[in-house]
Design a protein around this ligand. Structure first.
Ligand SMILES: [Fe+2]
Length: 191
């Protein structure tokens, strides 16, 4: 039986070629996101991507951050994130643009707005704006100023494909605690 993934010959190597052609020397974030989205959706639905997913979640951080590609200067990052049931992230930014496509299972995204003026070191106040569930095949575009948090409310490991302008451990990005009103640097453990 031919499944949609079997019928999709697009591969990581094809995507990396296209990624370079679209994003290198292109400072227009909206143009990059618009042109990359259909290609990332094709990769997310491909047999090649599904064969690479390891789901080796780190029980401490609650998810796996599996890097499939980055350039020597850490730009053009392609990663698979697998999320343990009932786990997720604190609110965070990325320090770069990003694009997320669902691969397996639904993922809840909460979107936040920073409402303090950013002048007090370590202090941040967030206001929750909205919440949206992303299903497999659905795409979330992250402009560099977006703050979001992710949650897997299901009983199964969920998987999503993440494309970033730069590997997020090299962007000086931050995590937020809305209750304690703190902001701290955030690095992820790579699997
Ligand atoms: Fe994120």
């Amino acid at each position: 039986m031919i499944t949609p993934a079997d019928a999709n010959p697009y591969t990581l190597a094809h995507f990396v070629d296209d990624f370079r052609a679209i994003a290198v020397n292109n400072s227009d974030t909206h143009d990059v996101l618009k042109r990359l989205a259909p290609l990332a959706e094709s990769l997310a639905a491909s047999a090649d991507l599904k064969a690479r997913v390891r789901k080796d979640c780190d029980p401490t951080q609650g998810f796996a951050f599996q890097v499939l590609h980055e350039e020597p200067d850490h730009t053009l990052a392609v990663a698979v994130l697998s999320w343990l049931p009932g786990r997720g992230t604190p609110p965070h930014d990325h320090g770069t643009w990003g694009l997320v496509v669902g691969v397996e299972g639904d993922e809840v995204n909460e979107f936040w707005k920073r409402v303090d003026d950013g002048t007090k070191p370590g202090h941040a106040e967030l206001q929750k704006l909205s919440e949206k569930v992303f299903a497999p095949g659905q795409t979330l575009l992250l402009t560099p100023n977006i703050i979001h948090s992710v949650r897997n409310d299901s009983d199964e490991i969920s998987v999503s494909l993440h494309i970033y302008g730069k590997h997020v451990n090299f962007t000086n990005r931050s995590r937020f605690d809305p209750e304690q009103k703190t902001v701290t640097p955030w690095l992820v453990t790579q699997s």
